[in-house]
Design a binder for this molecule. Sequence first.
Ligand code: PXP
Length: 249
Amino acid sequence: MSMLKLGVNIDHVATLREARYRGMVRGEPDPTEAARICEAAGAHGITAHLREDRRHIQDRDIWRLREAVKTRLNFEMANSAEMVEIALKLKPEIVCLVPERRQEVTTEGGLDAAGHEGELTETRNRMDAAGIEVSLFIAPDLAQVEAASRIGAQYIELHTGAFAEHFQSKRERNEEIQRLIAASERAHQLGVQVNAGHGLNYENLSLMHLVPHLVELNIGHSIVSRALVVGLTSAVKEMLALMENYPAQ
Ligand code: PXP
């Protein structure tokens, strides 16, 4: 049995720093220090998104993270020429391609992989040549899963935002869970590994146990928020505890 892994997204540590220290070369809190604490607490990977607008993580952060991260660095990025060049130099273990511009987004908020197969395949080829795995952040939609498979992505990350948003309505959240299950099963049939994330928290996490074939969850906001109350080590450990006993796949 392989356990469900936790990737901690530390973007919002940088969001807090930028709120006070924007434009300055240093400031607190430090996302690299946070990454070290997450790893020591048992996180299996660290995720950071260098946005084109640099609203939270800065360029200096990703280089420091590359040096500090001992588990797996998941570099979230738009599929732009600038970000592809950075990724090829940075050499994270994996990149997760996410939409940043309106035309790249499906109505459910994931990357429109089906609409951008050519460009995404080209990037996947370049990452392959550099030994970097590729994940595509997509809505739980069968057409998108099948496009991800044709593109040759090793992973998809299923967008759990709609599930999280509808969590208070039992009927709607069950519909979203069914979509996540169907998408994960299709990916598994096609030999694509499945991660999930966005909006997962200490309350809605238990329902992720219903979704089969999950390898890793990427969680940011809820863990960084909880850290204000109990500290980052405990926040990570509490989330890991909720992820235990994920059924053997
Ligand atoms: N996965 C992806 C692809 C994301 O873009 C984000 C948000 O930056 C997350 C996971 C984490 O979402 P949250 O901060 O809501 O846990």
